[in-house]
Design a protein around this ligand. Sequence first.
Ligand SMILES: NC(=O)c1ccc[n+]([C@@H]2O[C@H](COP(=O)([O-])OP(=O)(O)OC[C@H]3O[C@@H](n4cnc5c(N)ncnc54)[C@H](OP(=O)(O)O)[C@@H]3O)[C@@H](O)[C@H]2O)c1
Length: 297
Amino acid sequence: MVVMVSDESKDTARVNLAAGYRLRTGQHLPVVGFGTWALPEGPECSRAVCDAIRAGYRLIDGAAFYRNERSVGKGIKAALSQGVARSELTITSKVWVDNLGYQSTMDSFFKSLNDLELDYLDLYLIHWPASPNKHAAWQELNLATWKAMVELYEEGYVRAIGVSNFLPHHLENLLSYRVAPMVNQLEVHPGYSQRALVDLCHEHGIVVEGWSPFGRGAVLGDATINAIADAHECTAAQVCLAFCRQLKVIPLPKSAASNRMVSNLDFLDITLSPAEMGQLLALDDIRLGYSGEHPDR
Ligand SMILES: NC(=O)c1ccc[n+]([C@@H]2O[C@H](COP(=O)([O-])OP(=O)(O)OC[C@H]3O[C@@H](n4cnc5c(N)ncnc54)[C@H](OP(=O)(O)O)[C@@H]3O)[C@@H](O)[C@H]2O)c1
């Protein structure tokens, strides 16, 4: 069972944003995170990350594959120098699919840690699983990778570990390992809710993060989403974020624009009715905004 910490006190956005989901380790993840994919390495990326933290984001979602971790690290450092405590932040990275396996995972982790100029990470994920269509010994490869993740966790280099884009058959042999995945980060937005997989993760106490909550912007012009936004006097983006929250999924919106970063935090007061959730879930039928990225294809 996944526990959502009460977010009923709506006094300050910060209190609400800090409340969120409790991992089985007792650690909390905030209700929303900031995505860093497609922020090219350089000062603009650092500025965006610093602005996001100043706006109230406390979870930063990064990855070695995004090739911007040095700039993400500089943005974090700038925010820390402005009074944000390191302990308030959940800094995430991921090992890329080309680096699966015990030693490559270890090497990738320490490269990310070094690029970010941090001495620990809060969350480390396997970005994509080894899969039957690409790797002969895919289960062994995922397990060898997971062993490295568990070692990093047990030695205190990372506070929590998990996976991303793992389907039930990829999860299977990790669930019985002495430390099971704590998080699964999946594509989740109106049009691609992956509801059965999200429910399965929750049944196993795995917290789900949702990548591309706006379908990379592709769902924001949809008529159904905009009609719901009009009814709530909010933006289509806020409807997508409320949709994720009501599925108990932590959305990871990305925006390089400061005004959007701020408005994308302002969705906690929106409660979608069961009928509205039904309309949004029905968009799965047309796979609105689906990236087409499938771990087994
Ligand atoms: N684990 C994985 O395999 C995986 C895969 C993909 C993504 N991710 C993570 O998930 C994060 C988010 O996904 P994403 O970056 O693919 O896409 P996204 O967050 O769904 O969409 C980002 C796009 O929406 C625009 N946008 C943001 N807020 C908006 C608003 N309020 N109104 C209108 N447009 C808005 C952004 O433009 P501006 O920047 O111009 O505002 C950008 O073009 C990534 O950054 C990454 O951290 C993980």
